[in-house]
Design a protein around this ligand. Structure first.
Ligand code: ZN
Length: 315
């Protein structure tokens, strides 16, 4: 009897000691179930990282296989299967293989189109204590480009893009002494937020009142100080697209594309362009640029250009 009682006590103690472990194990099981559920919505996403050129999508996992399509730097693709050196991917409607060497693969949510996991930095020119160009009616470039920037941001976000601005409505990017500190802040910001592209929005001024037009700048040269944009080919392609959509939307003279050494293009670690929408010292351009309907049209055209940049095949 005494022995039985001792055994019972030992048994109760043992159960009491084990109980938390049993409960814990159950909790752990629940946790595992939850994570399985979450990961069902997640897929492997590959981001193309190149210093130049494009990444080939091939029909099979070898360099001897036919090229089906090309992916520019920064493209996001769905990774279906990972082999040792190749990844089977889907991009728009193309199924194929790309070299894993140029693909950063991570788990993420790809429930929108491949083009929509992108980060766009919009850089409204000037701001803070720098008004930029000033029109004869007192319009500040900094305020005018702010209007274009917020409209474009709103429409890009509606399309699923993540958008960051380099400054606020009233303040500059940093409290700077030299303008170079301010521009460095804007360029570093793009790198910090892992931007896929950087678009700087400006309006021009000129001593000649007749001077007008829309021009888009990119950087593919290092003759100024040895520095050059890391993604000049992508910058040029972005500049071409922005120009082809925005210039007609503004409706001013076509000043084309120019390969220049502007700081925010030259020093940027991501594809970068600078657009001068029009010229504030020209009365016809000023009227066009202040028109609200035109502003909305231009903002929508930015979205079209950005869509086209990220999904060249148009799907
Ligand atoms: Zn400017």
């Amino acid at each position: 009897m005494k022995r039985n009682k001792t055994l019972s006590i030992i048994l109760v103690i043992a159960i009491l000691l084990l109980l938390p472990a049993i409960v814990f194990a159950e909790k752990e099981t629940t946790a595992i179930d939850l994570s399985t559920e979450v990961s069902a919505d997640l897929k492997w996403i590959g981001t193309v990282k190149l210093t130049s050129g494009n990444l080939n999508i091939r029909k099979g996992p070898s360099i001897g296989d036919k090229i089906l399509d090309k992916l520019p730097n920064g493209s996001k693709v769905e990774v279906i299967e990972q082999l040792e050196e190749w990844a089977k991917i889907q991009h728009n409607k193309t199924l194929g293989y790309v070299s894993k060497q140029f693909l950063v693969i991570e788990q993420g949510n790809i429930n929108t189109a491949a083009a929509k996991n992108k980060i766009v930095v919009l850089d409204p020119g000037h701001g803070g204590r720098d008004p930029g160009a000033i029109a004869s009616d007192g319009t500040y470039e900094s305020k005018l480009v702010w209007q274009y920037t917020v409209k474009t941001k709103e429409l890009l976000e509606k399309s699923g893009y993540t958008v960051f601005l380099t400054r606020s409505e009233k303040n500059s990017c940093t409290d700077y002494k030299k303008i170079e500190e301010e521009l460095t802040c804007r360029v570093n910001f793009a790198e910090k937020v892992k931007a896929d592209i950087f678009i700087s929005i400006h309006a021009d001024s000129n001593p000649s009142k007749k001077f007008r037009g829309t021009v888009v700048y990119y950087n593919d040269r290092n003759d100024y100080d040895g520095n050059q944009n890391h993604f000049s080919a992508d910058s040029k392609r972005l500049a071409q697209l922005i120009h082809s959509y925005i210039q007609p939307a503004v409706g001013s003279k076509d000043r084309g594309l120019q390969n220049k050494n502007y700081f925010v293009n030259r020093m940027n670690k991501v594809p970068s362009i600078l657009i001068e929408l029009g010229c504030l010292t020209n009365s016809a351009d000023l009227k066009l640029l202040k028109n609200k309907d035109r502003q909305a049209k231009v903002a929508a055209s930015f979205v079209k250009a950005v869509d086209k940049y990220f999904a060249p095949s148009g799907s």
